[in-house]
Write a protein that binds this ligand. Structure first.
Ligand code: SF4
Ligand code: SF4
Ligand code: SF4
Length: 246
């Protein structure tokens, strides 16, 4: 039931993408920075950073339209991916993109204002034929990446938003703020491996629970592992967490 509800939210989010695309766009952030403006997308990324201090990557598991697309492509390719290798690509892309934003703000003479509707004057993102081309290009890019790479391949390899969420998660951890996590009762686990197969983020769940909770920032709090475990070894809980690299 929980997963059906989650999939419904993700589907609605995906269907709304023509309206919301600009608020997730890496280009709109750069264009805003060129004019000294904090655009709607940069504003959303900052809000997601704050959100993730308390709720980790729940955005990815429950709300992100591209996460929704990734969940639906699991039916085509559900192969586990190499998290460590793909993470390097993601951070290289993010570092270049974020550096460009900072440089653009410097050239523009600093931050001059905030405009959530920058380049989105009609509120709706896809409001002209050329923007349909961008919309379908983005969809195809994510779709093909997920199909070729494997489970949530685009999320792991080039998503420019996930570093904000990971950073928020790490800040929450550093400040010792209780965060929403998947908690575990290791003694209840019989090592059946069902949770490992179900995890769309390729996390080796069963071997990560010996400390009593999933500690990696790759966990998107989708709850698939919780729902699949018939030993009731896993559940959601609010805990202090510490990072552990897989
Ligand atoms: S990693 Fe990026 S694309 Fe994937 S669900 Fe999270 S924000 Fe969306
Ligand atoms: S599904 Fe439950 S019992 Fe099976 S390995 Fe995972 S935590 Fe252990
Ligand atoms: S560990 Fe569980 S909650 Fe986290 S991403 Fe994997 S299946 Fe989802």
């Amino acid at each position: 039931m929980k997963q059906r509800f989650r999939n419904l939210i993700l589907l609605i989010s995906l269907l709304l993408l023509p309206a919301t695309l600009n608020y997730l766009s890496p280009y709109v952030s750069i264009d805003g920075a060129m004019n000294g403006i904090i655009s709607g997308s940069l504003l959303l990324f900052i809000l997601l950073f704050i959100f993730s201090i308390f709720l980790g990557r729940a955005w990815c598991g429950w709300l992100c339209p591209m996460g929704g697309l990734a969940e639906f492509t699991l039916k085509i390719n559900s192969k586990n991916v190499n998290i460590k290798k793909l993470r390097i690509i993601r951070y290289v892309i993010f570092s270049i993109w974020f550096s460009v934003i900072i440089i653009m703000f410097v050239f523009a003479g600093g931050i001059k204002g905030i405009n959530p509707l920058h380049l989105t004057e009609n509120v709706i993102s896809v409001d002209a034929p050329m923007r349909y081309v961008i919309y379908y290009s983005v969809l195809i890019l994510f779709l093909v990446s997920n199909i070729l790479i494997g489970k949530r391949g685009a999320c792991h390899s080039f998503c420019w938003i996930s570093p904000f969420l990971t950073a928020g998660y790490n800040v929450g951890k550093m400040l010792k703020i209780p965060q929403l996590r998947v908690v575990a009762v290791p003694e209840a686990c019989v090592n059946c491996g069902s949770c490992n197969k179900k995890c769309s983020m390729s996390i080796p769940v069963s071997s990560s629970i010996k400390d009593g909770l999933i500690k990696t920032s790759d966990c998107i709090l989708c709850g698939e592992c919780i729902d699949t475990c018939n030993r009731k070894a896993l559940s959601f809980g609010v805990k202090l967490s510490s990072e552990k690299k897989i």
